[in-house]
Design a protein around this ligand. Structure first.
Ligand code: FAD
Length: 472
C-alpha cells in the first residue's frame, strides 16, 4: 500500500518516469487477496474505518474511487452504500449465545457495567481532546497527533498498566480491550503502549452522512483498494522483482539492483531517487548504507506474526442468538474469530456456501519464538488447530468445510510497544539516506492502511522535491 500510494502520488504530480518493483508475482503485500469459485476473500487487511478530519489523503483517494459520492449540507461524506459494512456488522459468542456487538453484554454484572461506563467515557473524552499545540490528541495519521507530553507520556506505559492505574480490572472489559489490541497491533494489553491502546479507541472519529461508526469493506478486503491503485499505475509495476541492493551512486543518484527468479536475470537501474516501501527489517538488508553500518534504531523495530486461514463452507455457520454477521468473535477463542467474505454481496441470500477468513495473531510470548513455532508447524497441524477452534465455536462445522488454505505472516505488523511511537528510534528512522527515501506503515508504529498511504505520499513528495530541486 505504501509503494502503490507513492506511485499514486507521483502520477498525480505528473511524474511518470518511475517503476514499482515488487518481490511477489502480485502487488498488495499485507492487503493481498484470493479468489475461488465462491467468492473473493482477503488474506490480510480487510477494512478501513470512515476517515476522520485529518485523513485528507484517504478522503482524496476515496473521492477519486467513487467510495465517497459527495458531501451533505453539513459537510459529511456520503459513501457508496455498496462499500459500507452492511448490518449485522459484528457478533460475539459468550456464555453459549451469540449477542450483537463485540463488547460483552450477556452475563455482565453492574460493577462491570460501571467500569465500561468509566472506560468508554474516558475514551470519548480523548476523541475530542486537543494538546497545547492545538492538534488532536490521537489522530490518523499518527504524524498529525499532538506532541503534548500530557498525551505522548502515555507511550511510556503499557495499556495494562494504564488500565490498572485507573482501576479498570473487570474481566470482560479487559478481554475487550485486549481483543482490540490484538486486532490492530497483534499484541496483548501487557505488551502494547497505552498511547497505542488509547489510539485504537480515540482516533476513529470519522463520520458519514447516515453512517456513523461504520467501516468500509469489500469481499476481497483492502485488496479492492490495491486493485484500483494497480489500475492507475499498472504499466509501471514490475512483479517478481526481488530488490537486493540499493546504494547511492557516484553521480549523486541511486543504483537499484533486482533479481527476477522467473527469468534468473539481474537488472540494474540507475535512478535519480529511490523509495524503499518494504518494511524496515528488509530495508536493513537491501540498502547498502544500512547493511554496512546498521543504525541502532533498527533494534527498536519488532514485528508481530499472524496466521490467517480462508475456509470454504458449503453451509453458512449459524448458532443460537444473534444471526451471522460480517465479523464473528468467540469470547473463548484465542483467535479474533472470522469475517464472512460474502457479507457485502446481495447474492449471499440466495446461496448457502461462503468463505470465512479466520484471523489468529500469534501474540503470546516472544514474537521471534512465536514466528519459529508457526513455521515449524505443518499444514496438517495448522488445519487441525483451526478446525478444532472453529468447532468449539460452531459444533459440527467440520462437516461443512470444503476447502482450507493457510497463510503465515511472519512479520505481519509493527509492534507499538512502550516507547516506540514517541521515542528516538522511530524519529531517526524517518530520515532519508541521501536520495533514498523510506515509506512503510512500520514508520508510523501502527500498521493500518491510512499509515501506509501517508508514508507512501510523504516519501513521494520528498523524492519529487529532491529531483525537481536539481539544476536541469
Ligand atoms: C493479517 C493482517 C490483517 C490486517 N488487517 C488490516 C485491516 O483490516 N485494516 C487495515 O487498515 N490494515 C490491516 N492490516 C495492516 C496492513 O499491514 C496495512 O493495512 C498495509 O497493507 C501495510 O502496507 P505497507 O505498504 O506498509 O506494507 P507491506 O504490506 O508490508 O508491503 C511491503 C511490500 O514490499 C514488498 N517487498 C518486500 N521485500 C521486497 C524486496 N526485497 N524487493 C521488492 N519488494 C519487496 C512486499 O512483497 C510487499 O508487497 C493487516 C495486516 C495483516 C498482516
Amino acid at each position: 500500500m505504501a509503494g502503490l500510494s507513492a506511485g499514486w502520488r507521483l502520477n498525480k504530480a505528473g511524474y511518470q518516469d518511475f517503476v514499482l518493483l515488487e518481490l511477489e508475482p502480485e502487488v498488495g503485500g499485507n492487503s493481498r487477496h484470493g479468489e475461488n469459485a465462491i467468492t473473493l476473500y482477503p488474506w490480510g487487511a480487510h477494512y478501513v474505518p470512515l476517515p476522520g478530519p485529518d485523513a485528507h489523503l484517504v478522503r482524496e483517494l476515496f473521492e477519486e474511487l467513487g467510495v465517497i459520492e459527495g458531501y451533505d449540507r453539513e459537510g459529511l461524506a456520503i459513501y457508496d452504500e455498496l462499500f459500507l459494512c452492511s448490518d449485522p456488522q459484528d457478533r460475539l459468542l459468550i456464555n453459549g449465545r451469540w449477542q450483537e456487538g463485540l463488547i460483552p453484554e450477556i452475563g455482565i454484572s453492574d460493577a462491570d457495567k460501571r467500569q465500561y461506563e468509566s472506560f468508554f467515557a474516558t475514551m470519548e473524552a480523548f476523541k475530542v481532546a486537543r494538546g497545547s499545540d492545538g492538534r488532536a490528541a490521537f489522530s490518523i495519521p499518527v504524524d498529525l497527533s499532538s506532541r503534548d507530553p500530557k498525551f505522548t507520556d502515555l507511550d511510556q506505559l503499557t495499556m495494562a498498566q494504564y488500565m490498572d492505574a485507573n482501576g479498570w480490572n473487570a474481566e470482560p472489559l479487559r478481554w475487550y480491550v485486549d481483543y482490540c489490541c490484538r486486532d490492530d497491533y497483534g499484541c496483548r494489553v501487557d505488551d502494547v503502549s497505552a498511547w497505542a491502546g488509547i489510539h485504537y479507541f480515540a482516533s476513529r472519529v470519522g463520520k458519514g452522512a447516515d453512517s456513523a461508526e461504520a467501516s468500509l469493506t469489500w469481499p476481497e478486503g483492502n485488496g479492492w483498494i490495491v486493485k484500483q491503485l494497480t489500475r492507475k499505475i499498472g504499466p509501471r509495476i514490475r512483479p517478481n522483482a526481488l530488490v537486493f541492493n540499493v546504494e547511492t551512486s557516484a553521480s549523486g543518484g541511486v543504483t537499484v539492483e533486482y533479481y527476477d527468479p522467473g527469468t534468473n536475470e539481474t537488472t540494474r537501474i540507475v535512478a535519480k531517487a529511490a523509495i524503499i516501501a518494504a518494511p524496515r527489517f528488509v530495508a536493513a538488508r537491501v540498502v547498502k548504507a544500512l547493511r554496512v553500518a546498521p543504525p541502532p534504531y533498527l533494534k527498536a523495530f519488532g514485528y508481530a506474526p499472524w496466521m490467517v486461514a480462508n475456509v470454504s463452507l458449503d453451509t453458512k455457520p449459524a448458532g443460537p442468538g444473534a444471526p451471522l454477521a460480517w465479523d464473528n468473535v468467540s469470547y473463548q477463542s484465542p483467535s479474533l474469530g472470522y469475517i464472512v467474505a460474502t457479507h457485502q454481496s446481495v447474492e449471499q441470500y440466495a446461496r448457502r456456501s461462503t468463505v470465512i477468513s479466520y484471523y489468529l495473531p500469534l501474540c503470546d510470548g516472544d514474537p521471534v519464538e512465536a514466528r519459529k513455532t508457526a513455521h515449524s508447524r505443518s499444514f496438517r497441524e495448522w488445519a487441525d488447530l483451526i478446525v478444532a477452534d472453529l468447532a468449539r465455536t460452531h459444533p459440527g462445522i467440520e462437516a461443512t468445510i470444503t476447502h482450507l488454505d493457510v497463510w503465515l505472516w511472519g512479520h505481519a505488523m509493527i509492534r507499538p510497544v512502550p516507547g516506540f511511537i514517541w521515542g528516538q528510534a522511530r524519529q531517526e528512522a524517518l530520515a532519508p539516506h541521501g536520495r533514498v527515501f523510506f515509506a512503510h506503515s512500520d514508520m508510523s508504529g501502527i500498521s493500518i492502511f491510512e499509515e501506509a498511504q501517508y508514508r507512501g505520499v510523504v516519501a513521494a513528495d520528498q523524492a519529487l522535491g529532491s529531483i525537481r530541486s536539481e539544476p536541469q
